[in-house]
Design a protein around this ligand. Sequence first.
Ligand code: PMP
Ligand code: GLU
Length: 392
Amino acid sequence: MTLAQRTTEIAPSPTLAMAKKAKEMQAAGIDVINLGVGEPDFTTPNYIVDGAKSAMDAGQTSFYTPTAGLPALRQAIAADTFKRTGQEITAEQVVVTAGAKLALYALMQVLVDPNDIVVTPAPYWVSYSEQVKLAGGRLAAIVPAAPDLKITPAELSAFDGKIKVFILNSPNNPTGAVYSRAELSALLDWADANDVYVILDEIYGQLVYNDAEFTSGLALRQLSDSKLIIIDGVSKAYAMTGWRIGWALADATIINAMSNLLDHMTSNPSAVAQYAALTALTTDSDALGEMRVAFEERLNATFAGLQKVPHLTLTHKPQGAFYLFPKVDDAALAAHGVTSTDELALKILTEAHVALPAGEGFGMPGYLRLGYAKDQATLDEALRRLTVFFED
Ligand code: PMP
Ligand code: GLU
C-alpha cells in the first residue's frame, strides 16, 4: 500500500494510545488504574444532559446548524467570555468546533504555511506537534530554564523575526503551571513587538487551585485587528469530553477562514452537543465549583503522596489543570533495564498496572504524566503501586 506520506509522519496520540492499552487490559480482566488520559472522572452534570434531551424532544437537533455553530451558542460563548474576562467580544469572533482539538487543527491549517516556524515551550500538549506537521510547519519547542518550566520572552528572542505562531497553554498540560498576569503580559508584549500570532490554549482556565489566579489573554488584549487567538471549550471544566464541543475566539477574518475550512471537514459540530453546551453556558449551577474543589483536594493529597514515591521528583506544585509531571531519575531507568521513559511507562503498565503516558510525547523525555482526575482512593492505590514498582 502507498498511503500518503503524511500518514507515516504522524504519531498516534500517546495519551489516547496509553488509555486504549489500559482499557484493553481492563477488558481482559486485569485491574489497571488508568491515569493515561486527561479527562474528568465526573459524569456530565444532569442539568446539561437534560438540556440536550429537551432540545432533542423539541425536534431542534435534526438538522445541520451553521458550520461555525448555533447563533445562540456563539452568543452564549461571547457572553460567558465577557463574564469571565471583562472583554466584550461578538458572536462573529467565535467558531464552535468538534472539541478544542479541532479548533486547534483548523487554526494550524489557517495560519501555518509550509516551513513556517511555530514555537511553544516544552513540555507541550501532544497534539500541537502533529497538527503543526500536518500543516507543513515546523515546531520549535523550547525547554524553559526555570524550574517551574515557564517560558520568558528572553528565551524566545533567539527566534526573533522567524516565528509565525507562538502557542502557550496556561494552565498547562502536562505541568499544571499557570502564568501570572505579569508573565503573560510580558509574553504578549514580545509577540506584539515581533508581529507573531499567539494561540492561547485556555481549555483549563477554570481549573486553578489553592491561591493561583488565572489570567486570560482577553484580560490584556482585544481580538479585533489582533493576532491573538483563544482556544477554549466545555470538555474539562464541565466534564463534557465525550460531547466534543470546543471553540476558538479571534478576529472575524481568522474565524471566517476557519469556518470555510470546516465547511469541508465536519460542517457543524453535532447539534445535540451544541444544545448541551448552550445549556452549560446559560445555566447557573454549583456543579463546576464542586468539581473544581474536588480536583484541588486531589491535587493537594496526590502531590504530597507523590513526594514519597522513590525515584520521582516534582519540586513545583502545579496550580491548575489536573496533571502532575514528575521527573524520573536515571537510576530508576537502569534498575528496570530500560533507556527511555517511554519504555519505562510500558513496564509500569504491564508490571504495576498503572497507565501513565511518558514525557516523550510531550517533547520532554525523562518524565511521566500522572492525571489526577480520579477519586482519591484510586489515586492512593496508584501511588502505592508506583512505590512498590520503584522500590523493587
Ligand atoms: N488543549 C489541551 C491542552 C488539552 O489538554 C486538550 C485535551 N484533550 C485539548 C486542547 C483538546 O480538548 P478537547 O477534548 O475539547 O478536544
Ligand atoms: N487532553 C487530554 C490529555 O492530554 C485528552 C487526550 C487527548 O486528546 O490527547 O490526556
